[in-house]
Structure formats: C-alpha cells, structure tokens
Design a protein around this ligand. Structure first.
Ligand SMILES: Nc1ncnc2c1ncn2[C@@H]1O[C@H](COP(=O)(O)OP(=O)(O)O)[C@@H](O)[C@H]1O
Ligand SMILES: [Mg+2]
Length: 327
C-alpha cells in the first residue's frame, strides 16, 4: 500500500556537452507530502517532473512509483477540449449531472460553485470562457479525477488570484501527494511541506519546509561555502556577510529589476546555447565548416559562463530579498 515515490541516482542530460538537468538525484516523496520544485527557468524542473511521472526516461538511475499511485495532472496547455461542449459536460464528461469528487458524487452545479462559476454558466460553451475561467475549469477537471498524486507544473502562472485561493483550499483538503512547480513563493510557503531546488551542475538539494525555509537554509550554506572558499569566494563572502550583519534597507531599484529580468536573461542564454549546440550536433561540421564550428564553440563557452553568472546572481538576490523581508 505504498503511494510514495522513490528516486535513486537519477540522471538526465539533454545533448552532448551540456550541463545535466539532473545528476545523481536521490529522493523519497512520502505519501501525503507536498513537494515544491523551484529554480530558474531552464533549471530542469519540468524535466524532473516528467521523470518522476514516467513521462520521460532518465539516462541513469531509477524512479519507483508506489503500486497504488493514481496520477492527475493539471494541464492547461496540452489538454484539448471540444470548444462547442458545455462547461457542465466538460466537468461530468457528458454523463449526467454529477461529478465524482474524492469517490463521492457531487452535483455539477455545486462543484462549479466551488470553482467560482455561476449556475447560469452550466450551458456555456467552452469557446467563450475567459482565460481565467479556463484555468479554473482545468483545475476543476484535474481535481475531479480520482487520484492520490497531483502534479502541477507552474499552475500559478495561468491562474488568477481568486482561482489561486481555490487551489490553495483544494490542496489543503487533498489527501494525496502533491508535486508542485511554482515561482510564487508565498503560495509555496502556504502549501508545500518540502522544497527541492537546483544547486549547480545538475545537482539538486531537498529542503524541509517551505520556500522561505529553503532560502534561509540555502543562505546559510552559501555563507559557509563563501567563508571557506579561497580568494574567488572572498568578494561574495564579504557581500553576503555585509548583507546579513546589518539588516539592509530594501532592495535597490537595480536589484529589484535584476531579480525580475534575470529569469528572462537565463532563458535567453539557454536558448542561445541550444541554438549553437544544434550547429555542433552535426558531426561533419568540423570538417565541412571549421569557421562555423569555432564560432559556435566559442559562443557556447561564452554563453555558459554568462549563464552561470546569471544563475548565481539570481540566487544571491533571492537570498538577499529573503533576509530583508525577514528583518
Ligand atoms: N526534450 C528536450 N530536448 C532537449 N533539451 C531539452 C528537452 N527538454 C528540456 N530540455 C532542456 O533541458 C533544460 C531544462 O528544461 P526544463 O526541465 O523544461 O526546465 P524548467 O522547467 O526548469 O524551466 C533546458 O535547458 C531545456 O532546454
Ligand atoms: Mg518548466
């Protein structure tokens, strides 16, 4: 009767010469746990989820799913629904007036109300739903499926604030295991029981508690690391020590701006690396076109260096923001 997930030595790399998305990950997800997955864009969060759920295969290591796991995913993007079908039908599957929720029948109107729909919307065709309503519908559908594992990949990006409240309530009532990718730290703090975050070079670390707990543990780790690291770490150690010794005022405009724009920068650099890598993926390139080979190699090296710096900066600012907000 195990509905947990056991991960051993999990490793996945996309493409030759790339930093692995994950390397030698060992993890146990307990039944009933709500695991948050955080990290910058391109860190490998979706990859991790795909490996956990069996949607993708690792290069090495194993994922063992409990024999009784029944998975439901919230999939706003891939799920295709007939645009002419009605809201009620989308919830009941066209089978009468009831939705099975947690094994019990519930009238579709009551269920719609749980998700902030009005009774009049029963016959509304899906094609006229707003984006927010569509998000709510997908959530309602996912939660109506019998499941003890719920997988949510960045649900907070597409849901409006009211729907987030609904989701939070539903997660509170949900008995099963939840795996949740999100950048919304307040939301994470309210719902998760542990957090896993990328460290570097494909290594991931699990932290007990919410997102804030993760940041403070991580901040302590960074300080320790920086304090013991020779020369190269010195400047960083000073910066971090300074920021924690005297509780800082607030994030400067530039720091705030950087925190907001770094994820985009990171994504851009990753795209650039991928683009150059595609050129190098041609095994004949070196022979055929030495010039392109050299420039692609150089561009990758440059972008990887910038990427590492951007990721470090992002994490540093996250830690700083955390310290300021707690002071
Ligand atoms: N199917 C794939 N083929 C090649 N590269 C991939 C594939 N899926 C993901 N990647 C790469 O792996 C890295 C992690 O991607 P992903 O798991 O989607 O990150 P996240 O969800 O954290 O934003 C990225 O660099 C991405 O480009
Ligand atoms: Mg993703």
């Amino acid at each position: 009767m195990d509905a947990g997930i056991d991960v051993e030595h999990l490793t996945k790399t996309f493409g030759r010469g790339k930093t692995p998305a994950l390397i030698d990950l060992n993890l146990r997800v307990e039944p009933g746990e709500t695991l948050g997955i955080v990290g910058p864009n391109g860190a490998g969060k979706t990859t991790l989820v795909n490996l956990l759920t069996g949607a993708d295969q690792p290069d090495g290591g194993s994922v063992r799913l409990g024999a009784n796991l029944e998975m439901a995913t919230l999939d706003q993007h891939r799920e295709s629904l007939d645009p002419k079908s009605t809201l009620a039908d989308a919830l009941t599957g066209g089978r009468g007036d009831h939705v099975m929720v947690g094994g019990k029948p519930k009238h579709v109107v009551g269920y719609m109300k749980d998700f902030l729909f009005a009774q009049e919307q029963m016959r509304t065709p899906l094609e006229v739903l707003s984006g927010g309503e569509r998000g709510r519908l997908m959530l309602a559908r996912a939660l109506a499926k019998p499941s003890n594992l719920l997988v949510l990949d960045e649900p907070t990006n597409d849901l409006d604030l009211d729907t987030l409240d609904v989701l939070e309530d539903m997660l509170g009532d949900y008995d099963g295991t939840v795996i949740l990718i999100s950048h919304d730290r307040d939301f994470l703090d309210r719902v998760v029981t542990s957090v896993i975050a990328p460290d570097r070079d494909g290594r991931w670390i699990e932290y007990a508690g919410g997102y804030s707990d993760m940041l403070s543990q991580r901040g302590a780790d960074l300080k320790r690391e920086a304090a013991t690291a020779p020369v190269a770490g010195e400047e960083k150690a000073e910066k971090i020590a300074a920021s924690s010794a005297a509780p800082r005022r607030r994030l400067s405009f530039n720091e705030k701006h950087a925190l907001e724009t770094l994820p985009k920068t990171i994504a851009k650099l990753q795209a650039e690396i991928a683009k150059q890598q595609r050129l190098l993926d041609d095994p004949d390139l070196y022979r055929k076109d030495r010039k392109t080979f050299d420039s692609a190699s150089a561009a990758i090296a440059r972008a990887q260096e910038e990427l590492a710096a951007a990721e470090d900066r992002w994490l540093e600012l996250e830690v700083l923001r955390e310290e300021i907000e707690q002071a």
